[in-house]
Design a protein around this ligand. Structure first.
Ligand SMILES: Cc1cc2nc3c(=O)[nH]c(=O)nc-3n(C[C@H](O)[C@H](O)[C@H](O)COP(=O)(O)OP(=O)(O)OC[C@H]3O[C@@H](n4cnc5c(N)ncnc54)[C@H](O)[C@@H]3O)c2cc1C
Length: 562
């Protein structure tokens, strides 16, 4: 699997020339292997096999006749492909059991081999050759749908609106194809505004499947309308619930699912966590030329789903109930899910700028991530990056390639104590980055959009005003543990204490059930673990988070065995 759904790929269709991998023909021997797991079905001309949004669809292997696949949009249908004998239907959503992105219809009557979603997963987990063939085809097909810039999901927004940026991030990071129209510049917008009775101050608006009009919707509303999640089964008791789909949670999901555990992953935003907001991670083992956080997250998500982990996006855990067994996690949607073990992988959130009006400019000049989505808003402009850590260094180097000039602001005297050498060297060698030490932003000013920034600099705190409208804040993080209060032992900064970090006062809860010695990632409740950035004492790096998430699964087995 060499290609993956990636923001960069949506811009540069790397799938071109890969049609044979996108739509491979199965050999008679491969079809014979599939026969054992499928059932035969006749299909008649004109029959609709799938509509956009339909969940839990089987994969169909065409034995005779043909199936046409089309993308539906405002201007009618666009043909994607015609599957003939030896070809098969499906893309990533088929494997995930979530809403279809396309319509498929019988073009010529014939016969298909129907492989249900469960059976498809069995094949992917047990047949190495077909697994690679299907996974590659599914991923490339999704990349193709994203790159087509077509479909029946339209985001009407403004590049001056924070809500628009949030929705762009949500759809992009979920690898969901959509058409992006700017109300300020796109000529096609007026007709849509009139047709759907949308006022200018309703934006951002998501036109969902060409029918439902969502005005400034939450991520949850968009996910529900687009069928991004499977129906949640709140009766089933899982082996393990992983809360948080950053690198640590995704690693835990991959290992737990691949070792046969029934795994549910809950994610407030989109899989990838903090790493998903990095333009390029260069120190993660195995990627000598670096990898964007988005691509890493997309790979990990597909890998976890391949092994059967269920991932719910835009699903927040509101509260952990540790006093009942199995443990219950209350969801933002009002229901609760239960499991015999829980892995807390909720990481950390970026520290906000302590200025009164900073939140007013969120997304309209203040950003907490530096990927292609944000960079598009400040192409060839002057920007400010605040922070002295690796994330700030990466952001500065990345933005220097897109923007006119980058001002890197740090409160300290230099970068040596906080940033990796390779990044310091790159910053020094990049002509359009200026490092400002002993410098701090003191005020922000503007109308709808951030327009001016005042910073104080040097030992004399000289105030300087700059007409700069884009500030990237990379100033460290605080743990996402509010949902654990009253249940899990935290340190004074709010990080989860595990293993030997637990104090005697924390222990009665654990000792009360079994007296088994606590495992290194176990919290003060047996069978509840914490991994990655959320854990007190953890190394705040992708590799460390992945390592902890993976290693923790062995301890989960032990707890489930007790
Ligand atoms: C811009 C940037 C660049 C970076 N670059 C590098 C780098 O080059 N190399 C490196 O090694 N490290 C880098 N890091 C650090 C690295 O990304 C983190 O150490 C790593 O992401 C931690 O992973 P995690 O899974 O523990 O937590 P996170 O990545 O923080 O993920 C936690 C997830 O939990 C979700 N969540 C939170 N609360 C809830 C809830 N109640 N319910 C459901 N879900 C919830 C969040 O939405 C999030 O997706 C960078 C960080 C940033 C921000």
């Amino acid at each position: 699997m060499t290609e993956i759904i990636d923001e960069a790929m949506a811009d540069q269709p790397a799938f071109i020339g890969r049609k044979a991998q996108m739509f491979p023909q199965l050999t008679p021997a491969q079809i014979a292997r599939l026969e054992a797991l499928g059932t035969h079905s006749r299909m008649s001309k004109g029959e609709i096999l799938t509509e956009p949004g339909a969940r839990n669809r089987p994969m169909l292997v065409v034995l005779s006749g043909s199936i046409e696949v089309v993308q539906t949009g405002m201007n009618g249908e666009v043909l994607v492909v015609v599957h003939t004998a030896g070809s098969f239907t499906g893309e990533m959503s088929t494997l995930q059991g979530i809403g279809s992105l396309v319509r498929s219809r019988v073009r010529d009557a014939g016969e298909v081999l129907v492989i249900t979603e469960d059976r498809l997963r069995t094949i992917i987990q047990t047949d190495a050759e077909l697994s690679e063939l299907f996974m590659r085809a599914f991923i490339l097909r999704r990349v193709g749908l994203i790159a087509s810039q077509a479909g029946d999901v339209i985001l009407l927004g403004s590049s001056y609106s924070a809500g628009t940026l949030r929705l762009q991030q949500f759809l992009t990071r979920n690898s969901f194809p959509y058409v992006n129209l700017d109300v300020n510049t796109d000529p096609a917008v007026q007709t849509l505004l009139e047709r759907f009775h949308i006022q200018a101050d309703d934006v951002p608006v998501v036109l969902c499947r060409g029918e439902v009009v969502l005005k400034n919707p939450s991520n949850e509303e968009v996910a529900a309308c687009l069928g991004m999640n499977q129906q949640i089964d709140d009766v089933r008791i899982r082996d393990v619930i992983v809360v948080g789909a950053g690198p640590s949670g995704l690693a835990a999901a991959v290992y737990a699912a691949s070792e046969g555990l029934d795994v549910l992953v809950l994610e407030t935003g989109t899989p990838g966590g903090q790493a998903g907001s990095s333009s390029k991670i260069e120190n993660y083992l195995g990627f000598p030329t670096g990898i964007s956080g988005l691509a890493l997250a997309a790979r990990a998500r597909v890998q976890a789903q391949k092994f059967g982990a269920e991932i719910r996006t835009a699903y927040s855990a509101l509260k952990l109930n540790c006093s009942q067994r199995p443990y219950a996690v209350d969801l933002c949607h009002g229901s609760a899910v239960r499991a015999r073990a829980v892995i807390i992988a909720t990481g950390a959130e970026y520290r906000q700028l302590a200025l009164e009006n900073a939140s007013r400019f969120l997304g309209t000049g203040i950003y907490y991530a530096a990927t292609a989505t944000e960079a598009r808003r400040c192409e060839m402009r002057e920007v400010i990056v605040v922070g002295g850590g690796n994330s700030a260094g990466q952001a500065a180097v990345y933005l220097a390639g897109k923007c006119r000039h980058v001002h890197l602001l740090v409160r300290s005297k230099g970068l040596a104590d906080t940033m990796s050498n390779y990044l310091i060297r790159r910053i020094t060698e990049t002509a359009n980055i200026t490092l400002h030490t002993n410098t701090e932003i003191v005020s922000l000013d503007g109308g709808e959009q951030l327009e001016r920034v005042v910073w104080k600099t040097g030992p004399d705190h000289v105030l300087v005003t700059h007409a700069i409208g884009h500030v990237f804040l990379m100033t460290g993080a605080v743990p996402s543990t509010a949902w654990l209060k009253g249940c899990i032992a935290l340190n004074d900064k709010g990080f989860v204490r595990t293993g030997t970090d637990l104090t005697a006062a924390d222990l009665p809860a654990a000792q009360a059930s079994g007296g088994r010695p606590l495992q290194p990632f176990e919290t003060n409740w047996p069978g509840i673990f914490a991994v990655g950035d959320v854990r007190c004492g953890s190394v705040k790096r992708v590799a460390a988070a992945v390592g902890e998430g993976s290693a923790c699964v062995q301890q989960v087995h032990q707890a489930l065995h007790d």
